[in-house]
Write a protein that binds this ligand. Structure first.
Ligand code: RIB
Length: 298
């Protein structure tokens, strides 16, 4: 059977404002906004896995409204071949994100949760959660639904990868049931403070008893695992827009793991893919193909 990456998570339409600098509290900054673009951490990760994966099936389970914003996010997923049969259309507006990007490529994002609040673990059947599946989750849908799905997946043999983004409370029992946790440095700091440990991969690995990756942006990524430490070197690029780069990293990593890659080469591919994504505007629109990733690695 073809391995499956099943992404459970958020979908959103992103309205991207290009500004000379990010607004401070109480400040109005004039700039320009483009058309609505595909976004939402879950949909971005599914798109990254589909574009950047090699020979694995990709499915996305989440919730959107019956509105034009839903089409913004689902159309590219469909084009990329993502299975949307587990997607729910609900009586709430599709999630929206106001994304501000400054002249240096730094960003600030406000998200309207909308339909994402109605994403439910029962949209994913038990048949999807066997050993051939990599389940990938993030934190823009209800934490209780994530926790329920993680525990079911664990019991049925799927490999479970969670990107704790944005950092938000999650049952420790569910975190301990993960195979792999992926966090960036601010998320690691938040989690380490909550667990009372250092915010590095090794300390989080010891505190939770699971494999942990900390992504380090332009410094690469480091994983602390039961088998030892894995580091992945960065690729040097000039970023224009880093929105969605973390999603790209997670989606491509999950696709690599589903294809049977060991963690080190899967992390190297994810680093290459995220570097490419940083050179392009938008989140979903920035996800590279497998050929582009291969060229970067070469
Ligand atoms: O990670 C980037 C994403 O976060 C954006 O696409 C936006 O929709 C928010 O969910």
């Amino acid at each position: 059977m073809t391995p499956l990456v099943l992404v459970f998570g958020s979908a959103a339409a992103d309205l991207v404002f290009r500004l000379p600098h990010l607004p401070r509290a109480g400040e109005t900054v004039l700039g320009e906004a483009g058309p609505m673009l595909p976004g939402g951490k879950g949909a971005n990760q599914a798109l990254a896995a589909a574009r950047g994966g090699q020979g694995v099936a990709i499915a996305f389970a989440g919730a959107v409204g019956a509105d034009p914003a839903a089409e913004v996010v689902t159309a590219p997923l469909r084009v990329a071949g993502v299975d949307l049969t587990r997607l729910r259309v609900v009586d709430r507006p599709t999630g929206l994100a106001a994304v501000c990007v400054d002249a240096q490529g730094a960003n600030q994002i406000a998200v309207s949760t909308g339909a994402n609040a109605l994403a439910r673990a029962d949209q994913v059947g038990d048949a999807d959660l066997g050993p051939g599946t990599v389940l990938l989750l993030q934190m823009e849908v209800p934490a209780a639904e994530n926790a329920a799905l993680i525990l079911r997946a664990r019991a049925r043999g799927a490999r479970v990868v969670m990107n704790l983004a944005p950092a938000a409370p999650m049952e420790v029992a569910a975190l301990r049931a993960l195979d792999l946790l992926v966090v960036n440095e601010p998320e690691a700091a938040w989690l380490g403070a909550g667990l009372g440990c250092h915010p590095d991969a090794a300390a989080l690995h010891r505190a939770l008893g699971i494999d942990v990756v900390v992504t380090l942006a332009e410094r690469g990524a480091v994983a602390a695992t039961r088998q030892g430490v894995v580091t992945a070197s960065p690729f040097v690029v000039t970023p224009v827009d880093t929105v969605g780069a973390g999603d790209c990293w997670c989606g491509v990593l999950a696709a690599g793991l589903a294809a049977g890659m060991p963690l080190a080469p899967a992390m190297a591919r994810a680093n290459a893919a995220a570097a490419i994504a940083c050179t392009r505007q938008g989140a979903g629109t920035a996800m590279p193909t497998a050929a582009e990733i291969a060229a970067m690695l070469a």
